[in-house]
Design a protein around this ligand. Sequence first.
Ligand code: SF4
Length: 316
Amino acid sequence: MEKIRIGISSCLLGAKVRFDGQHKQDSYITGTLSHWFEFVPVCPEVELGLGIPRETIRLEGDPENPRLVKTKSGEDLTDSMKAYCRKRVAALSKEELGGYILKSRSPSCGMERVKVYSKKGMPSNKGRGIYADELVKRFPLIPVEEEGRLNDPALRERFIEQVFTLQRWRRMLQESNTRGGLVKFHEQHKYLLMAHSVQYYRAMGRLVAEMKGMKLATVQEEYLEMLMSALRLRATTAKHVNVLQHLTGYFKKQLNSDEKQELQETVAAYKSGHFPLIVPVTLLNHYIRKYDESYLKQQVYLKPGPTELRLRNQIY
Ligand code: SF4
């Protein structure tokens, strides 16, 4: 499979570009994720010409619109950094990025909870790095995460799911950029969407059902916006249980009472936090294969990413 291009803060790959000449290599990123992702590194501070090592910088003033200044000299870098970010992020449009991983807490790269200092020198954790801000405004549909948050299994899973879904979407546009292609895409993502939001799933279904007479490109644009918004919502245990109940309903006729009970017990054990989600999903996949259930075979929910990424394997 072709690797997915993911933008990343250079220091997370091990590049010694930080203010102190060090790096912040993240072994999950450079190890596990690198098998599936091809990284496009950017270090805004070095690319702006601040040098290595360099004086530390920080955000100051209004958290909604902070200034970027050198901590000791007080030199204000806001305008030059903003101009650089606009140019650099615009250039990234050509990279067809499928996601972005940012270094947390950085006044340039941090996505959220970055310290912003008041006039009196008091910090509040309400800021966003200057580069990160330009990035999320320019690419609102691209999944973006920070390396620290990828240590949380639920957030990691959500990010990976979003990245692979966006990749399937782009592949669909390349291979079958038709109304039929969109209908099929929606069908394949039914249970994945339901695990995040039944409301979005229904709204997207209505859009697909009523697209006759609308321009396909307009429908696709609306659909993609809803798709990425839906996947940003948390797939809770209750939502997964709802999906699992729907899926078990497909085997009412084929399974004997013992098998049905085992399946229900497995779902109940997931619900009560004794099994990870992969256990009922694996049992369902077994029956899907055994009874050649073609509609379910195409469901992305049952295999949202490569097995090696161990999605659905954690209890949380
Ligand atoms: Fe460069 Fe961003 Fe890493 Fe800072 S956090 S060293 S600006 S890539």
